[in-house]
Each structure stands twice: as C-alpha cells, then as structure tokens.
Design a protein around this ligand. Structure first.
Ligand code: FAD
Length: 319
C-alpha cells in the first residue's frame, strides 16, 4: 500500500509531529515504501532526517513562493503528488496547518477523511478502521473508511516516534499551484520551547486570578526547562495568548510531566492533556475534578504552594 506523508516544517526545521506522522506511516506499511512530501525551501541535509523515521522517498518542491503556508496551494500540491504516487493513504499531522489542509485534500481526492486519529488502522480485508476520541474525549469511536483513498489527520503526540533508518532518495518536483493568500508578516514566539514538543509543561487556570500572577508559572517552567500552558478561559480573557490554550478546542499535548495549578479539570481541558505521562494537580478545592486524573495531587492555595515548589526545584537543580 503506497502511503504519502505531508512532512510539515517551520522555517526549515521539521516538527516532532512530522516524525510522528512518518513513524505512523511506517507502521502501516511495514517494509514497503513511505514517501514524504516537503513543500518550501529547506536545507538538503535536513531532508535526510526524514529517512531516519522511515521515509524511502522524499519529494521536494523547493519553490520560494511556497515558503509561506497557503492552505489552498498546499492542498493542491499534496493532492497532485498523491495521485502521481498512487498513494492510497495520506498521513497528515492534525496540527494547525494539517487541520487546514487535510479536508481540502480529501475533497480533491474524493477520499474519506478521519481527523484526530489516535490509533493505527485495523486493516482486515477491505476494512480499514481507525480510532478517534469523541465527545471531548469521553468516548472513542472506531471509524471505518470505505473509499479507496484515505486521508488520516493524526493527533500530534498520540503516536510515539520510532526510528527505522532508511536511505531516503530525494526527488525535486515543481508544482504550478498558485497561493491565494499572502501573509504580510509572521511573528513567531522566540526563545520558547514549543508547547507540543515540551517534555515538561507548567499550566495555569483561572485560580491564578489575573495575568499579573503568571510570573510563578513562568519561573517554574524556566527552572524545569519546560513550556507554559493555560486553560481556555485564561486565554479567552487575554491573560495569556491563545497559543498556550490546551484542551478540546486548543492544543493536545503529551508531556512527561504536566503540572496543572489552579485549573478545575473540566472534561474539555482534560481532552488535551490526559495523555501526559505524569499529572500533578494543585488546587485548593479537594473536590476539583482534576484530582481524579492526577498522579499526584496537592490540596492547597497556589499562592502558597507554588513558591515552595519553585524553591525546591531551584535547590534540586543547584545540587
Ligand atoms: C465546547 C467547549 C470547549 C471547551 N474547550 C476547552 C479547552 O480546550 N480547554 C479548556 O481549558 N477549557 C475548555 N472549555 C472550558 C471548560 O469547560 C472549563 O470552563 C475551563 O477549562 C475551566 O477553566 P479553569 O479550570 O481555568 O477555571 P475554573 O473552572 O474557574 O476553575 C478554577 C479552579 O481553580 C481553583 N482555584 C481557585 N483559586 C485557587 C487558588 N488560590 N489556589 C488553588 N486553586 C484555586 C478552583 O478550585 C477551580 O478548581 C471548553 C468548554 C466548552 C463548552
């Protein structure tokens, strides 16, 4: 079965979710080939990173006009390449870009699509079934895709990275898709660990009362070498930027350690963080629902507990 992966990169660096998508594709195909499609300029040696996660073939359209993301143009390129490669399965990360592209690609290819996939497909005869969370993660649905071509938008952090070194041959391609939007300026957060890639995340909710109190969240994240996150109301009230909002309507994360301070643990929040390896909850209400999902819980006021954790973390780091 030919599988094509859209290999997303930012300013010439592949995202962790790209390697997850490749690992996922390799697991579907087993020993047969996985093709990866890269759009926009990127250093040649970076392309070889794709081989490490199982890509045998890398198709690269390096035209500078595609350096800025454009959903319509990218979808047209992906659909064309999928047809040329006779790909039966397309794997796209369900990232911000992936959410934009995957449905467009599915329409162009008249393919069935499942977004938010969290499992490898179960393939039995002509049955092709994948799993995705539904009702904010309260349930899981097994969805059968019946079209010949299938588009899978996989949830970042839902599939582990697997190295399976392959020699990736690079083939340059040239598309004629025209971008329809032009980004005049892109401002990226600098000097910060991207939330989806962080091994440690320190997160705050409405319990912090206001943006002026976020110093402690940032300080602990800095000491631990982690990223900061927040609940939806916190970003809705503009205490923090929307890039930090985790949950059903925000980003899905799967760090080794998730520290949730002053967050109630509503089902919509848990939908984005419950796969974290270890969850530590700090809340003054012993009945807060988050404690049911926690590995470690501290019942207490964040304004009293957090300074103690910061002091302990500093001491530990210094020792
Ligand atoms: C369709 C839909 C989608 C949604 N998507 C998301 C989503 O993606 N992400 C998300 O987060 N939410 C989402 N929500 C909102 C969600 O339902 C909750 O309302 C939200 O998560 C609550 O945020 P919170 O825990 O910060 O605030 P609150 O519910 O107000 O909880 C604050 C918590 O802080 C504790 N607290 C207060 N003061 C202190 C203190 N001094 N020390 C310690 N603890 C303290 C309180 O006991 C309480 O548990 C969504 C809702 C809907 C309807």
């Amino acid at each position: 079965m030919n599988v094509l992966v859209f290999a997303e990169h930012i300013d010439g660096s592949f995202k962790k979710s790209t390697f997850e998508a490749l690992s996922y594709a390799k697991a579907i195909t087993g020993t047969t080939s996985v093709a990866a499609l890269v759009i926009g300029e990127i250093d040649a040696e970076k392309l070889s990173e794709l081989g490490k996660y199982g890509a045998n073939k890398v198709l690269h359209d390096s035209q500078a006009l595609y350096n800025t993301f454009d959903g319509a143009a990218y979808a047209a390129i992906i659909a064309n390449v999928a047809q040329q490669e006779q790909a039966k399965v397309l794997v796209i990360s369900n990232s911000y870009c992936g959410k934009n592209i995957a449905p467009r690609v599915a329409v162009k290819l008249k393919a069935g699509i499942v977004s938010g996939v969290v499992s490898l497909p179960k393939i039995e005869g002509t049955n092709f079934i994948v799993r995705k969370p539904v009702f904010s993660g309260k349930g899981l649905a097994d969805v059968a895709i019946e079209t010949e071509v299938k588009v899978l938008a996989i949830t970042p952090n839902s599939y582990q990275l697997n190295e399976s070194p392959a020699e990736a041959t690079v083939q340059n391609i040239q598309s004629d898709a025209q971008p329809i939007c032009q980004s005049l300026e892109i401002k990226r957060a600098t000097g910060k660990i991207p939330l989806t890639e962080a091994e440690i995340v320190v997160s705050g909710g409405r319990g912090w009362k206001g943006p002026e109190n976020w110093g402690m969240i940032e300080e602990l994240a800095l000491i631990l070498g982690g990223a900061t996150a927040c609940s939806k109301p916190v970003s809705d009230m503009h205490w923090r930027s929307h890039e930090e909002h985790v949950g059903q309507t925000g980003i899905t994360i799967k760090p080794n350690l998730y520290i949730a301070a002053g967050i109630s643990g509503a089902i919509q929040h848990l939908a984005g963080v419950s796969s974290s390896k270890v969850i530590v909850v700090i809340n003054k209400d012993p009945e807060a629902p988050f404690f049911k999902a926690a590995d470690y819980g501290i019942v207490g006021d964040v304004f009293e507990v957090m300074p103690q954790i910061i002091a302990a973390a500093k001491k530990f780091k210094a020792s």
